[in-house]
Design a protein around this ligand. Structure first.
Ligand code: M6R
Length: 606
């Protein structure tokens, strides 16, 4: 949801910023821009355009004499994607330029104030108030770090800001509830929304706290909080730059689908103890607390919500605990529950989803303990939650979540073993069986992926359906919802997921010979009952594609994708087949698979 980058160093800032923006493009791609401070500080050159980074590149010089600049790739919130609304935004004098990720909620009021004082606005964005406010502070004699801090104090909402000005040899950044990471290199320092922006240059990173004023020059990065100089720890990013590249695949999504076996190996590495029937998750939840938990609430959005639905069923089955899963934007920690005995899981790949963060904060305010289940080290969710558990899937760039869903479900499956064993509700034998299946996930998903050619053909055969229905029961239901979400998201076709038993209560009216039905028919997805629903749609003429380990039912299916045996994790394996189905339907339609229209990878606004 908008990506920002800033660079100060010894090299030409232009290619570093444009390449960095390209790596951030998954965060938003409806317009892009760059501001460069010339070497002497005489001027700022601002280039910006509606459209993707490649459209901007056409308007950029081949090189610049600048070694300092900021860049932005946009996902519009205030104002259409036009050249004028693209960032960076500048003040009238052209001495200050700002890139921003987030929403400034009180911009209307600030804008009126500034207009009364004679400022002129060129865009419809909320961001444009910032350069004008900074300009006023500079005119009052403050230096850039002080000016940015004073302006940030006046802003309401969420923001990560990168600011350059002619009279400051460097840049200043500040964040409030929006992601910001600082990269510390060798005479080359960075700020960005995400490490992918600068991973080719440095893997040493710091995560500023909300309200930190970050001053970046070519040879130093310093942090100040409430007027005091503070130190922030430097971490090393564990993955390599290549992990965030396409590696020969046409799309990141396809690469990430194929990375699932490897991602899952990382997820489970060193965490399973089959002999003891237990897991080592390195979360410091007190034993007495785990035993006393009465309710687990899972808050999440989109794909992460579906992973939460899968986890609910496993946790209830193994850990003897009530579990409620709520779409984060609908979550309220209402009275009647005992906060001290309620544990809230925030499941979020990015760790930056505003809806999920806000739900997690509400739970925390009410006194509940929180656990972030996330892919992103140093993310806001990881830092704000009482406990963090990483899914370790590696960077995911495609907007459509694929490998992170598998790693989320694998992590949450391990958590259900943890809770089951700690609470005494899961026998060693049953735990061992589940652990064996978790261990088998990489291999089983690989077997599913080996059927790629067949799935590509199936996608071609059914691609022109009027609509697509995905059905499953029990653990198959979240997978049906996830299968439909993938298809909607990247192919822009009408797709819906249902609990198979619900079909007859309404959706069956939509079923025709032109609406393919994709069914999960595996262990853990109540195949006997689901088969009855399959027969109901078939007798209305709908073609059925079964993702199946249920041989008895296969004669009723038009097309079968075989799912290897893996107990309660078979529906998760089937999901990889649905990902490939969605991918090939979308690819056949020529869709922008990694950057679907209107979407962004990390949704940092509510
Ligand atoms: O980063 P998060 O897991 O919190 O993101 C939640 C959703 O925005 C995300 O899963 C979204 O639904 C995906 N684009 C789905 O593929």
């Amino acid at each position: 949801m908008c990506g920002i980058i800033g660079y100060v160093g010894e090299s030409d800032a232009l290619p570093i910023l444009t390449d960095g923006l390209k790596n951030l493009e998954y965060r938003g791609y409806d317009s892009a821009g760059i501001a460069l401070r010339d070497g002497e500080g005489d001027s700022l050159d601002v280039y910006k355009r509606a459209g993707e980074i490649d459209a901007l590149r056409e308007h950029l010089p081949e090189s610049s004499g600048s070694t300092t600049g900021v860049g932005h790739t946009r996902w519009s919130t205030h104002g259409e994607p036009t050249d004028a609304n693209a960032h960076p935004h500048a003040d009238e004098s052209g001495e200050v330029a700002v890139v921003h990720n987030g929403i400034i909620e009180n911009y209307d009021e600030l804008k009126s104030e500034l207009e009364e004082r004679g400022h002129q606005f060129l865009s419809e964005t909320d961001t444009e108030v910032v350069p004008h406010l900074v300009e006023e502070e500079l005119d009052d004699g403050y230096d850039l770090p002080d000016a940015v801090e004073r302006v940030a104090d006046r802003l309401e909402g969420s923001f990560a800001l990168g600011v350059v000005s002619t009279d400051f040899d460097g840049l200043v950044a500040i964040r409030q509830d929006s992601p910001l990471v600082v990269g510390i290199g060798d005479e080359a320092n960075f700020i960005a929304s995400d490490v992918t922006a600068f991973i080719e240059h440095t893997r040493n990173v710091c995560y500023p706290e909300d309200g930190d004023v970050v001053t970046v020059t070519a040879d130093e990065v310093s942090f100040r909080h409430d007027g005091e100089v503070v130190e922030r720890p430097v971490d090393e990013v564990e993955w390599e730059a290549e992990a965030a590249e396409k590696g020969g695949y046409d799309h990141y999504m396809l690469k990430e689908i194929h990375e699932q076996p490897q991602a899952l190996r990382q997820t489970i590495s060193g965490r399973l103890d089959e002999m003891a029937g237990d897991v080592d998750l390195d979360i410091d939840l007190p034993e007495e607390y785990v035993a006393s938990v009465e309710e687990i609430q899972i808050v999440a959005c989109g794909t992460s919500y579906h992973a939460g639905l899968y986890a609910k069923r496993l946790l209830e089955e193994f850990a003897d605990v009530r579990v409620n899963v709520e779409v984060a934007s609908e979550y309220e920690f209402t009275g009647g529950r005992d906060p001290w005995r309620t544990l809230v899981f925030a499941v979020t790949q990015s760790g930056e989803t505003a809806d999920t963060l806000s739900a997690m904060r509400a739970a925390s305010r009410a006194g509940a303990r929180t656990l972030a289940v996330t892919n992103t080290v140093g993310s806001t969710a990881a830092r704000e939650a009482d406990h963090a558990l990483y899914i370790r899937a590696g960077p995911e760039i495609g907007v459509a979540a694929t490998k992170t869903f598998s790693s989320q479900v694998a992590t949450l499956s391990m958590l259900s073993v943890y809770f089951g064993r700690q609470r005494g509700s899961l026998s060693v034998d049953r735990a061992q069986t589940l652990l064996e299946h978790i261990r088998g996930l990489p291999g089983a998903i690989q077997q599913l992926l080996d059927q790629e050619n067949a799935i590509r053909e199936i996608a071609g055969e059914y691609a022109d359906g009027d609509a697509f229905f995905f059905v499953g029961r029990y653990l198959g239901t979240p997978v049906a919802l996830e299968g439909a979400l993938k298809l909607k998201e990247i192919a822009y076709v009408h797709a819906e997921g249902f609990a198979a038993g619900e079909l007859k209560h309404g959706p069956l009216a939509l079923v025709t010979p032109e609406t393919p039905v994709l069914a999960v028919l595996t262990e853990g997805a109540r195949p006997d009952e689901t088969l009855n629903n399959v027969k109901e749609v078939e007798s209305r003429g709908a073609p059925v594609v079964g993702f199946s380990s249920y041989e008895r039912g296969e004669k009723y299916l038009d097309t079968v994708v075989g799912v290897p045996e893996l107990g309660l994790l078979e529906p998760l394996v089937a999901n990889a087949g649905m990902q490939l189905f969605a991918y090939y339907v979308a690819d056949g339609m020529g869709r922008a698979i990694d950057k679907p229209r209107n979407l962004a990878k990390s949704v940092t606004v509510e």
